[in-house]
Ligand binder design. Structure first.
Ligand SMILES: C[S@@+](CC[C@H](N)C(=O)[O-])C[C@H]1O[C@@H](n2cnc3c(N)ncnc32)[C@H](O)[C@@H]1O
Length: 327
């Protein structure tokens, strides 16, 4: 499909409160404006979408049809993608109109030519509503783990792609997160053995970390009501991609923005386990400085074996970039 045909298809859909409804809207589980505050409107954020585009160029991906992003949130990936504008049209989608408004304002402030970007309310579970074979790109950053039926999503994303088109996402991996959860549960006994037990509030934060890793990893609980649902296994995603007619590459422990830097772009360095573990506790699990001090004192020494075991390779998979190309 050409950009004009995708525009025409969007024009045939209902418009409510100024947004094209591919799906019925759904607000995010947390305040959208508060979520945006953590990214501080940093111009460095442009590197995320630009890095993704540079990675796809290096992989020889096709750019001749429109691209679509699922779960654009506050535009962390979208902004660089829209600013580069390598596709004839970039369709940015999210279930939350509040997120779409934030992203649209950021894209407009960058001066992106309005005819090259479109916006739509879309649930990932309803990506089968996109026209078949219409897109050169389906992209997600930290969104696939919110979508209930991943195999179905992969199949339906492949259907939306033209041959040579790419499904790409950056997502967390099961083994590294389970390893973090397994290690973190030793913090309370180690603190008690050191003669300075954790406070009840600190013990509760540690317990929350362990239980969250276990919940995300499990496949035997009902996750319909949970916002964060999954951790991924590379072998499973490769299998579902192959079944959907795509060949998948996995780049472990790296992020899209690393492909933006000319020095690093060909082979970006994988993140260190300890650095990732620390920042996950600090920022994703909201540990305060006092609890981080106990982390550094008691857990970091036990991370050394993981660092050594990662020498010369990527180490346990914490997250990574997936690139699946439709045959
Ligand atoms: C963790 S945020 C990531 C946002 C953005 N992609 C980024 O990298 O900052 C997850 C995003 O996925 C969206 N989301 C949640 N559930 C979704 C679903 N079922 N289908 C599509 N998007 C969903 C949320 O509204 C939110 O924008």
């Amino acid at each position: 499909m050409t950009a004009r045909e995708v525009h025409d298809w969007l024009g045939s859909l209902p418009v409510r409160d100024g947004w094209t409804w591919i799906s019925t809207p759904r607000a995010f589980a947390h305040d959208e404006g508060g979520y945006d505050a953590q990214y501080a409107n940093d111009p460095a954020n442009l590197a995320v979408g630009r890095g993704m585009v540079r990675l796809l160029r290096r992989r020889g991906a096709s750019f001749d049809r429109p691209g679509v992003e699922i779960g654009c949130g506050t535009g962390l990936l979208s902004l660089g993608l829209a600013a580069e504008s390598p596709y004839p049209l970039t369709l940015l989608t999210d279930p939350s109109p509040a997120f779409l408004r934030i992203t649209r304002d950021k894209v407009a402030r960058r001066g992106v030519e309005p005819s090259r970007v479109a916006y739509g309310v879309l649930m990932g579970e309803e990506i089968d509503r996109l026209p078949a074979g219409a897109f050169s790109l389906v992209a997600l950053r930290s969104t696939l783990h919110h979508i209930l039926d991943v195999d179905r999503f992969v199949r339906d994303a492949a259907r939306a792609l033209a041959p040579g088109g790419v499904l790409t996402f950056q997502e967390p991996c099961l083994e590294g997160y389970v390893l973090m959860g397994a290690l973190v549960q030793f913090l309370a006994p180690l603190a008690a053995a050191s003669g300075r037990a954790l406070s009840p509030a600190q013990a509760a934060k540690v317990d929350e970390f362990t239980r969250s890793m276990s919940f995300y990893a499990r496949r035997d609980v009902d996750k319909r009501q949970a916002e964060d649902k999954h951790l991924f296994r590379v072998d499973e995603l490769m299998r579902s991609s192959r079944a959907a007619g795509m060949d998948m590459e996995f780049l472990p422990n790296v992020e899209y923005n690393q492909f933006d830097s000319p020095a690093d772009a060909a082979a970006p360095s994988p993140v260190s386990f300890t650095a990732f573990f620390r920042s996950y506790a600090r920022y994703c699990m909201s540990w305060d400085e006092a609890l981080m001090a106990r982390f550094d004192e008691l857990l970091v020494p036990y991370c050394r074996v993981v660092e050594e075991s990662s020498g010369g390779g990527s180490g346990p998979y914490l997250h990574g970039v997936f690139v699946a190309t439709k045959r």
